[in-house]
Structure formats: structure tokens, C-alpha cells
Design a protein around this ligand. Sequence first.
Ligand code: G3H
Length: 535
Amino acid sequence: MTLAIDPARIPDAARVAPVVQRRWLAGGELRTWEGPLEEVRAVVLHPGAGGAPAAPAALGGYPLLGEAEALHALDCACRAWDQGRGPWPSAPVGERLAALTAFADAMGGVRETVVRLIMWEIGKTRGDAEKEFDRTVVYIRDTVAALKDLDRTAARFQAVDGVVAQVRRAPLGVALCMGPFNYPLNETFTTLIPALAMGNPVVFKPAKLGVLLLEPLLELFARCFPPGVVNTIYGDGRVVVSPLIRSGRVDVLAFIGSSKVADLIRAQHPKPHRLRCVLGLEAKNAAIVTRHADLDQAVKECVLGSLSFNGQRCTALKMLWVERSLHAAFAERLAAAVDALRLALPWEAGAQLTPMAEPGKPAAMQALVDDACARGARVLNRRAGAVDATAFFPALVDGAAPGMRLWREEQFGPVVPLAAFDDLEQPLAFVRDSDYGQQASVFSRDPAEVARLVDGLASQVCRININAQCQRGPDVFPFTGRKDSAEGTLSVSDALRVFSIRSMVAARDNPASHAILGDIARERRSAFISTDWLF
Ligand code: G3H
């Protein structure tokens, strides 16, 4: 079986024109790259001619920039920063917010193009691709509202113990934002937008996959922001990222990816203590299903939580613990629910599972299953396994145990390990011993039991979901993790704090100080000392 589709049968509402991207943005100029391109292949397969195996459709390519281009983009950002004196970092908050609002408004014009590219490039269903796009626009508008709030608070002088002071949040400098492939728009923008909002010029590097879908936004960046405020780089991280970090001129690293890569990047900074890091890394979120759980609800949430977007979410449930007395019933229901899922092309109605973007992903998933089975686990569901070069039907692997790769590794795909427990202490010990500490889900209707689990988990993870899957949203809530899962906290308002530093003016609380500060504020002599605020 294969999901390969004859190009002639692709519906008009899903068609995309190939994108051979040669443009990159630096210093406000859309430059043309004449050098080599990284070839981009779709998750969608076309049947091979003459009995050849189906192969991913060609989708286009993007620039494989060199070190010189990356350093040029950094120079442009540094000029826009100009040690904090550039027009963007020193602009009144209202001007920056107007630019962000204009950008959010303009995004509407490219929605359909971006949504289609998300489907083809990373395999998100149309519904999820639309959700990702719309959630991103809402995130920008919420950021604008949150910054107005921050600005209102900062317009106040405080008098404490004989000192009168005004505290504001100032930008940090040049930010390097690197997004992930699974939420190429949303996750990337949850760092890019707050970085810009607080006045930091940005060099932006997309992940290796999910790049072309950002191309339609280049012109909007160039149109809505002053030169050098948004710059884009593409290519091999060792070529285009390392020299930027080694130069010591990047002040903030916002990176969503693996802790191994984050550590490699950070270590290259000549003075790592100067590099503020905002990191979203791996996770191994566990669900703990006790005998007091509502079985229907637990199965439904565990299917959603482990397999939405084929399990390729940092917040996905990646280990299911089930109390032994419920285990057989749970396993049977879960296997039936998973086997009933619809694996289809991203634009097909009712698609719940889709092909995946990372080359060799089905084989990588099969290797995890084989390793577990060789050590005593067994596959629970009938349809489990590779379908073709990009699709893998989810495998439920029962009997997960120490020593199996699935026990410790983040699978980041459609393989779901299960383990039975006799005592709540077992899943709690698993969470404590894990390298990761993002979230957990607890399924039980017994308040005393829920309370015990919450108390056992609260010092290990940063969000405990009761009778619900793990998830990031709503975006006003803090999103972070312990151990190897994250550094820094992102939410609409937390992100504004992460990308800024408090700076204050202070004076003795006496009539002479009042006269000076009052005059400066009244006559609007300073951008910093000001009692104006935005409505
Ligand atoms: O991959 C990590 C994402 O931030 C998960 O977000 O929980 O909304 O899918 P989500």
C-alpha cells in the first residue's frame, strides 16, 4: 500500500506551484542568491514510472548560503541595533507595535499559499495548517496588546524608601531565532515576534525542513520593518550559524530543537555568559492512567495526545503508564481507536495521520519498534508499520521497559510505548529519572489520587494536565520545562520579558528630583523617562 498520488489527480484546492527560492533578506533588501540550492522534496509521493518505487514529489529549493552571506546578514542586524541607538531599538513602542500590526494584517494575503505549502512540505493536515497560521496571527495581535499593558505599567514612577524610580524593559541586542520544522510558522514566530516587539533586530534561520512556506513572508518583512530589523539566512548550520555565534555579536539565541544542538551552538560563543538563551528542547511527556480513570476519556485524550500530527509535537504524550487492573481494557480500546484512524494525504477530508517530512522517518520508527520487540515488548495494533517512503502507521508498543530505546529516547513520531504499573510510585520514578521535564497528564476521577500525583509531579515537570492530553496552548499560559526540556519561559507576556532587560532611572525622592523628572516628562525630553502610555 502507498499514499502515492498521480499528479493529475491532485485536487485544484491542494495544488502548489514549485518554489525555487533564490531570495533572502538582508538589510531591507531582497537579495538574489546565484549559488547552490538545497533541494526540497514534498512529503507527497508520486508513483514511479515503469514499476519504480513511488518517490517524493520535487517541490523546489532554497539557498544554501555561505559564511559571507550569513555574516552580511549579521552585519545588517548589528547596524540596525547600533548599540541600542538604531531607529528600531530606540523607536517609541507605538511605532514598533504599528509595524507588527501592519505585518499581521498583511499576512492574511498569503494565508492560502502558506497553508498549502505547510501541507506539502511537512505534511500537516489542512485543518492543522490553517490552525497554525491563524494561531500565529492571533499571537502577534496578543503580543501587541501585552506590550501595551507593559508600557502602561512602565509609565509609572515608584517611590520606595527615599528613592523615586522608573523601570522600563529595554531590548537586549541582536537576536538569532532558529525555528523547528514541526511548527515552522507558529513556534518560530513565538520567539521572532516578541524579539522584534521589544526592539531587538533579528537574524532568522528556519529549520532544514519547512522552509519554502516562509518564502511568501519575505516581502512582508521587507515592507513592514525598517532595513536590517529582519534578516533571513538559510543553509547548513555549521556554515551559517557557527560564524555568527563565534563572532560574539549575537546577544540572544532563541532555538527550538534538540538539546545536543543547542549545547553545540552555545558553546561556540566566545563569552557564553553574554548569550541569553531561550530554548525549547526535547520532552518525554508521560500519561498516567489509573484504575479510577474514565476509560473513554483517557483513550480519546491519549490518542490525540500521542498521535496528533503523527506524534511530531514536543508536547506529545511519549509514554503511556496504565494501572495493571485497567491495562488489558485500555490496551484493547486504544489499539482499536488507533487502527480506526485515517491515514491520508494532508488535504483529504478526515485525514488524521499523514506522511512525514524527515527523510527515512518510517525506517527510524521501525527501528525503535524492533529494538523494543527484541527486548520483550510486543506490538498491540494490527495496522502498525511502514506504509511507504514517507508514511508509517502508528505502532502501539506494549511492555516498555528499561534498556529499550523507547524508554529514554524522545521518539518524535508515531510510536507509542505503554507500560503497566502496580503502584503510582513506578510512573513517578520514571518521570523523576527521565532526562526531560516538560509536562505530564494524569487520568483519574479520584481527587485524592489526582492530588498525590500532582504533588509528585509538580517538582519534575512544568504543566500537569488533569484528564487531558499535554499541550502548549492557550498561549497566555507559561510554556517551559525542566532538565533537558527548556530554558526560559514563553507565553505571550513572558516572551516579552525574555527578550528584554529591565533598565531603570533612580533619584533621591526629594523636590529637586521631582522638578527634574517632572520637567523631562512634561516637556517630553526623553524617550525613556516618560509618563505617556499607549491605549
Ligand atoms: O512542538 C511543540 C509545540 O509547541 C506544541 O504545541 O501543544 O500546541 O501542539 P501544541
